[in-house]
Design a protein around this ligand. Structure first.
Ligand SMILES: Nc1nc2c(ncn2[C@@H]2O[C@H](COP(=O)(O)OP(=O)(O)OP(=O)(O)O)[C@@H](O)[C@H]2O)c(=O)[nH]1
Ligand SMILES: [Mg+2]
Length: 460
């Protein structure tokens, strides 16, 4: 776990909760049976509870084999107990971890024993929330705990781990420091009449501002890429019946997700599958073939297909090289959404289907049957997601972080426009700093914290 590199997180109304340090307990391992299961307690009175449960409190940070006993002395289990005295613990409070056998009954009894001894059940994310409130980690790091747990690909896990280690926060802090310096420089100018300010000084100020804007843009770019890794892209497969949309979905997913038959109108509902392309989650939606039909069920399917098209982040407009062209009304596709013409079944008609490609339109020739062209299709999907291959790791950023960085960028640009009005410039810089401070949680509102931590799992 990271040391304490940053000022401690604070928010109005939180200070009581912090000083209270009510003891909380939770099963920290997932539900179900496993080799081991962990019950964790944190807060006031942990020492006494530990002594009652274990006979005596183990030495700090030493894994000690102990009997875990019920109130009346009966044995619940035998396992390892580790005591982490405050402030050197996950939450910054006294923490006791009990590693028992991972059976639901054992863990439930242990948890009940902790509650009986005075702890209350922890809310989702409450341990991590305390870690934040006690300054063990900042808000961006706390969020990356959840991201690391939820990571769906190695790349996502790596970037979450980097954020958790504080790399993202350090970069944000470096920018805040540069902004503070610039602001001091600007404020020093406020008291002088315009004509007394040395033009060289004025140029130095502008150079600093431009350099700052560049580093802000760089971190924003990395954060955007991190967000791609986290959110991915939703892509709809659309086109006339029987062109091979479902076959393409199955080919991309590597398994038979959707039903494929030679009968036009096979797919009537949407079928979803999420694939990872270089770690980027691509959420594919296969839809009913677009055509006018009397069949009431298929009709609903076609309506749903149009809904999926309207909300997707990118579209693959599939047609068949082997069949008569069945044009799809691409005017009904939302403008500005990346779109590719995918000519499928090229194994049947290698030469056919090639058409003049309009500006900004991509044509991909593929075969769901043989796999031809699928690599290029995957590459197109990555590109549409906004992904660029990176040598270095990224930060696992959330929309909240991107918004704050964008805000800071806007204020910095406005500071540039303020030109000689130094007081306006200083104010914009102050607002920019404030936006950045929201990322690490140095200024944060209670409702924001509630929104962030409530999405955690219990015991974290
Ligand atoms: N030879 C060849 N046949 C294909 C290819 N892709 C799909 N097919 C065949 O085309 C037929 C229709 O495929 P589907 O994947 O069900 O087509 P669809 O676009 O999902 O059709 P609907 O759900 O009815 O809209 C099936 O018989 C597939 O086996 C391909 O690349 N090559
Ligand atoms: Mg289908």
């Amino acid at each position: 776990m990271a040391h304490q590199p940053f000022p401690r997180g604070r928010s109005e109304g939180e200070s009581q909760a912090l000083s209270a340090g009510e003891p909380i307990a939770a099963i920290a391992t997932p539900a179900g049976r496993g080799g081991i299961g962990v019950v964790r307690i944190s807060g006031r009175g942990v020492r006494e509870m530990g002594a009652a449960l274990l006979g005596a409190l183990p030495s700090p940070r030493v894994a000690s084999l102990r009997d875990f006993r019920a109130a009346h002395g009966e044995l619940i289990d035998r396992g390892l107990a580790i005591f982490f005295p405050a402030p050197h613990s996950y939450t910054g409070e006294d923490v006791l971890e009990l590693q028992a056998h991972g059976g639901p009954m054992v863990l439930r009894q242990l948890l009940a024993r902790c509650v009986e001894a005075g702890a209350r059940l922890a809310e989702p994310g409450e341990f991590t929330r305390r870690a934040f409130l006690n300054g063990r980690i900042d808000l961006a790091q706390a969020e990356s705990v959840a991201d690391l747990i939820d990571a769906a690909s190695e790349e996502a896990a790596r970037s979450a781990a980097r954020s958790l280690a504080g790399e993202f926060s350090r970069r944000v802090h470096a920018i805040v420091a540069a902004m503070t310096e610039l602001r001091m420089h600007v404020e020093a100018c406020i008291d002088f009449p315009e004509e007394e300010i040395d033009p060289a000084d004025r140029a130095a100020l502008e150079a600093k501002r431009v350099a700052l804007a560049a580093s802000l843009e760089a971190i924003l770019d990395e954060a955007r890429q991190g967000a791609v890794l986290r959110e991915g892209l939703t892509v709809v497969l659309a086109g006339a019946p029987n062109v091979g949309k479902s076959s393409l979905l199955n080919r991309l997913a590597g398994e038979e997700v959707a039903i494929v038959t030679p009968v036009p109108g096979t797919t009537r509902d949407y079928v979803r599958a999420t694939i990872a392309v270089e770690g980027v989650p691509i959420h594919l939606i296969d839809t009913a073939g677009l055509r006018d039909t009397e069949d009431p069920v298929e009709r609903i399917g076609v309506e749903r297909a149009w809904q999926a098209i309207a909300s997707a982040g990118a579209a693959l407009v599939v047609e068949s090289a082997a069949d008569e062209a069945q044009p799809v009304d691409t005017h009904r596709f939302p403008a500005g959404v990346p779109r590719a013409r995918v000519v499928n079944k090229v194994d049947l008609a290698p030469g056919r289907g090639a058409q003049a490609v309009g500006p900004g339109e991509t044509e991909l020739r593929v075969s769901a049957k043989t796999g031809e062209g699928i690599a290029a299709l995957r590459a197109w999907l990555l590109d549409a997601a906004g992904w660029r291959p990176h040598g270095e790791g990224l930060f696992m950023a959330r929309q909240r972080h991107l918004d704050a960085l964008e805000d800071a960028k806007t204020h910095l640009a406005r500071a540039g426009e303020a030109r000689q009005a130094f007081d306006l410039m200083a104010e914009e810089l102050r607002l920019g700093q404030h936006s950045l401070a929201r990322i690490t949680g140095e200024v944060s509102a209670d409702d924001l914290l509630g929104a962030i931590f409530s999405r955690f799992c219990i015991g974290k």
